[in-house]
Write a protein that binds this ligand. Structure first.
Ligand code: HEM
Length: 528
């Protein structure tokens, strides 16, 4: 009987049955307990699984878990106890390696697409699948964020905004802003006498950059207030959606209100400014959104502009900050890769003579650095999966995905699949040398109509950061073996505290320390 329950589900039941006393009443209690347990375990299957027509492919294998919670216990447990691979790993153990499994997550019957073929079909199948983020996430991102929009509305707003981010012309324009804020931040960090929590500082940096680029927001109180609200909002994005004071989700909802208020102020200020005369604002994303008109000449509402901004500002700083930190961690653990990046960046610097600042052609020369970034994205999986919903019954790889079910494309599983990447848990940037991944096998930015519009921008930002951080500074981690937590994103529990030194200062000090040590040793020798 117990074999129909997963280990966690079985543990979750307080129904411990003892048949030691064969009295009628205890047998009755035992029978009732088993009946209730059986009912609870089968409820989701009975209630949600559709009757398939004859000839229709079966549903994928899997367990639907308990009512309401479904497989969330197993999911949260795997991620919280530091073994995220075990979540899908347990499916593989129980049902064998398949492209798809069924489950019940975030309150919805769900198909988990875990192979690269299945992820590709789901992400590229825009006729059959639309964005399907959990209702709890949609409430945080807003009704007009890309995650909530109907396909035609999404297409229009995406085209409008992504054009301000993509392509060499836009990227070239961002280079001075990126270099200004990155060098400024590194210099500020190096003046601290205490270790700094690198992840938190990187979040402030990447937020400042995106806020300046999207809406001309300069460093100051408003920018800090926005960034702080985002920190709490993001904890709520992957928390249990419990709207009770004190819970992470409830706090995140409050932060959304705070963010909307602050962004409304930014919008109102912009409306009342004499922007025509101010070239600073020329076609930043806020300006483009304010000027946009549909076929009937209607402009976007404030709600639309604010939700799009709120989503972009979030997507545009959080993942980049985490990825930069992980690149540094991976390089610190792999001195050969560090030296190769350093050599590549030094050659670029030396080719430039006295002018230190980078241009777009320099970025294009950063081949090995790009391999390090790709390898980090593959290994770390800042976004383990993305969410879709099926518009119709879809037959895929011998299984049926029922109409209206949620579908998760597990990029994490694809990137760590030993059948796709040899020795997948090893950090090996060399694997990317002259290697073009098969379609669907490298999808850290997603794929299809919702593919990340900030992918090139993110890689430019990371590359510039590495150039200055590696050539001009020494970064010393203070607790390199800290515990890693996986929710809401993978990170060292203590946010990776580091000491940052200007390179020349570090080596001067090291030299002086070595000399005084030598003097001490010589003194000791003579006194002996
Ligand atoms: C390392 C950095 C980044 C990673 C790993 C990343 C990852 C992703 C992924 C996986 C998606 C797909 C979501 C889906 O399919 O539902 C996505 C979407 C998105 N990303 Fe990124 N992203 C990064 C940086 C950025 C940056 C810098 C920006 C903006 C400047 C940005 C803006 C967006 C937006 C607006 C979407 C929604 C697109 C849509 O629904 O059409 N991201 N990102």
């Amino acid at each position: 009987m117990l074999s129909i329950f997963s280990k966690t589900e079985a543990m979750a039941f307080p129904l411990i049955i003892s048949l030691q006393h064969y009295t009628t009443s205890s047998l009755l209690i035992a029978f009732l307990s088993l009946a209730i347990t059986y009912f609870l375990v089968r409820f989701n299957t009975w209630y949600y699984e559709p009757k398939l027509k004859s000839g229709q492919a079966p549903l994928p294998p899997g367990s639907m878990g308990l009512p309401i919670f479904g497989n969330m216990f197993s999911f949260l447990l795997a991620f919280r106890r530091g073994d995220p691979q075990s979540f899908i790993g347990n499916y593989i153990k129980r049902y064998g390696k398949r492209d798809l499994y069924k489950g019940f997550m975030f309150g919805q019957p769900t198909i988990l697409a875990v192979s690269h073929e299945a992820c590709k079909l789901v992400l590229m199948g825009e006729e059959q699948f639309v964005s399907g983020w959990p209702a709890s996430t949609l409430a945080l991102m807003g009704r007009k964020a890309f995650t909530s929009l109907a396909p035609h509305e999404h297409k229009r707003l995406r085209k409008l905004t992504a054009s301000t981010l993509n392509g060499p012309v836009a990227l070239r324009r961002f280079m001075p802003v990126l270099q200004f804020y990155i060098t400024r931040a590194l210099s500020q960090w190096s003046s601290s006498t205490h270790p700094i929590p690198l992840l938190m500082e990187l979040r402030k940096l990447t937020f400042q950059i995106i806020a300046e680029i999207f809406m001309g927001c300069k460093p100051g109180e408003r920018c800090n207030a926005l960034e702080q609200q985002y920190q709490k909002l993001n904890v709520g994005v992957r928390a249990m959606p419990i709207r009770f004071p004190g819970t992470a989700y409830h706090t995140a909802l409050k932060c959304r209100k705070g963010l909307v208020k602050l962004l409304q102020q930014v919008l109102d200020d912009r409306k009342s400014s004499t922007r025509q005369q101010n070239s600073d604002y020329f076609d930043d994303t806020l300006e483009v959104l304010m000027a946009a008109k549909d076929e009937e000449g209607n402009t976007l509402t404030d709600e639309e502009i604010i939700d799009v901004l709120l989503m972009y500002l979030n997507a545009g700083h959080e993942s980049s900050a985490h990825t930069i930190m992980w690149i540094l961690i991976n390089l610190k653990n792999n001195s050969q890769a560090w030296e190769k990046v350093e050599r590549e960046q030094l050659l670029i610097r030396q080719s430039k003579g006295a002018n230190k600042s980078l241009d777009f052609e320099d970025f294009r020369k950063m081949k090995y650095t790009s391999q390090v970034i790709d390898e980090t994205l593959r290994l770390i999986n800042i976004s383990p999966m993305v969410f879709r919903k099926s518009l119709t019954d879809v037959e895929m790889n011998g299984y049926t995905i029922p109409k209206g079910w949620h579908v998760q494309a597990w990029m994490r599983q694809v990137h760590l699949d030993p059948d796709v990447y040899n020795d997948p848990l090893a950090f090996n940037p060399d694997r990317w040398e002259n290697f073009i991944p098969r379609q669907g096998t490298f999808i850290p930015f997603g794929a299809g109509v919702h593919m990340c519009p900030g992918n090139d921008f993110a890689k430019l930002e990371m590359s510039i950061f590495l150039h200055y951080a590696i050539l001009d500074y020494v970064i010393q981690p203070q607790n390199p073996h800290a515990e890693i937590v996986y929710l809401p994103h993978p990170k060292p529990k203590d946010n990776y505290p580091v000491h940052v030194f200007k390179r020349e200062v570090f080596f001067q000090r090291k030299h002086a320390d070595a000399q005084s040590q030598q003097a001490q040793q010589t003194g000791q020798l003579y006194s002996n």
